[in-house]
Write a protein of this length. Structure first.
Length: 200
């Protein structure tokens, strides 16, 4: 009897990693963190080039999945050095005082087919606000080199003044130089973290 219990316990221990959430990390070379904001008449686009993130996917209980994301604010890029330097100053991101932009999820809820409402705390320029992001699951599979991957994308709009980014200039003909609403679009390709034999 004892031997049977021991065998059962060993089998459960061996199976336990499969029951745990799968961990994925952002593939920086195949992920884009972009934004757009109005400049006088047109929409000006930019992106962040340095970031990291971890997604823990609970397949049995998707609402228990989690997301953490960190952006290095100084990596902002809009294809204009003078403008990028200005964005790093206290007028905008104030990267010397607030070097990172972070998001940490607090809940995940299915909303529609392959769409999830991911709620969490977004911290930008030292201000933390709760936001809900509509995240679309694009699929999963292996690349030609055998790496297991998942794809996600999201699009949302933030008001920069909610995070203390208030700088602007009044135009001679009326109106303002920079819009308040910032359109954020993130396309994610994430790699599954491989489990080692001794990680049980």
């Amino acid at each position: 009897m004892r031997s049977r219990i021991a065998v059962l316990a060993a089998a459960l221990a061996a199976a336990s990693p499969a029951l745990a959430a799968d961990t994925y990390q952002l593939d920086k070379s195949h992920t884009t963190v972009g934004f757009e904001v109005r400049h006088i008449f047109t929409m000006l686009g930019g992106k962040f080039q340095d970031f990291s993130g971890t997604i823990k996917v609970d397949r049995a209980k998707p609402e228990s999945s989690t997301v953490e994301f960190t952006i290095q604010a100084a990596s902002v890029f809009t294809n204009d050095q003078k403008r990028d330097d200005h964005l790093r100053t206290p007028d905008f991101f104030d990267v010397a005082t607030h070097p990172t932009i972070t998001f940490k999820s607090t809940s995940v809820k299915p909303a529609a087919n392959n769409v999830y409402e991911v709620t969490g705390n977004l911290t930008l320029r030292g201000v933390t606000k709760q936001v809900t992001l509509p995240v679309t699951f694009l699929g999963e599979g292996k690349d030609p080199w055998g790496n297991e991957k998942m794809g996600f994308e999201l699009a949302t709009t933030l008001n920069r003044k909610d995070y203390g980014i208030n700088w602007n200039k009044t135009l001679d003909q009326g109106g303002l130089l920079v819009g308040d609403e910032v359109k954020v679009r993130i396309s994610i390709e994430a790699n599954k973290v491989k489990q080692t034999a001794d990680a049980r």
